[in-house]
Design a protein around this ligand. Structure first.
Ligand SMILES: [Zn+2]
Length: 240
């Protein structure tokens, strides 16, 4: 194989590494934001439960106050019974007492319903807090790991690019031009297709004619895959 192509294979490897890092540079912050969102939503669930419990506690206080007031006026009505003169008055006060008793019973049953909601709410809060703690324990190390990678990515790319700068002058200008123009068209950024004994294009896996394979193996000129347009290069690592 002519050396030009040998260096081109190395160049392709380097370019794919750069590409991988650049993709990671876009994807890591997205992944971090997603993990942070998951922790935040677990935290929100806990906070929601805390707020709900506070609301229920103030409802219990209100129900207690209402019951106390009803008990007081009930007591007053019952006192009045002893000093009543007429039957009509007695009936009226008696009715009043019945109505107050009914109101008191409903205030008390509301209070016990709220108290049972509080007990359930406490259990839910405990679960939500556990879920929040385990979300943090599971996801925070992943965030830290990604943040470290994000922090190092530019220097990793700089290293790869320095490596590229050593290789690229070894590739002739026409070969480089062909490579660049194909690479730009490919979504994968892969312009070089390595061919081995399987005798298929390494990119699109189209079967190659034996005569074409021999030409590729000689490596004296640039041959493109008829199907996917990749530069077909014999894979020296695969042997002969
Ligand atoms: Zn192909």
């Amino acid at each position: 194989m002519i050396q030009d192509l040998e260096y081109l294979v190395k160049l392709q490897e380097i370019d794919l590494k750069v590409r991988e890092q650049e993709l990671a540079k876009e994807q890591y912050p997205v992944a971090v934001a997603d993990l942070e969102r998951r922790i935040a939503s677990a935290c929100e669930m806990s906070v929601d439960n805390v707020n709900r419990l506070a609301r229920l506690a103030s409802e219990v206080t209100a129900a207690n106050e209402q019951a106390a007031k009803l008990r007081e006026s009930l007591g007053k009505s019952q006192e009045r019974l002893s000093s009543i003169q007429t039957n009509r008055e007695y009936d009226a006060v008696h009715k009043e007492i019945e109505a107050q008793k009914a109101l008191l019973a409903s205030a008390e049953s509301r209070k016990s319903a709220i108290e049972s909601d509080i007990e359930k709410g406490k259990a839910t809060l405990e679960e939500a807090e556990k879920a929040y703690e385990s979300a943090k324990a599971e996801l925070q190390p992943q965030i830290d790991d990604l943040m470290a990678k994000i922090g190092a990515i530019d220097s990793v790319i700089a290293e790869i690019i320095a490596e590229r700068a050593k290789i690229s002058p070894m590739v002739s200008l026409p070969t480089m031009r062909t490579y660049d123009s194909i690479r730009k068209k490919k979504k994968s950024g892969r312009a070089v297709s390595l061919v081995n004994q399987e005798k298929t294009c390494g990119v699109c896996f189209m079967i190659l004619q034996p005569q074409l394979c021999s030409e590729i193996r000689r490596g004296t000129k640039i041959i493109l895959c008829e199907n996917c347009g990749s530069m077909l290069i014999w894979d020296e690592a695969a042997g002969s």
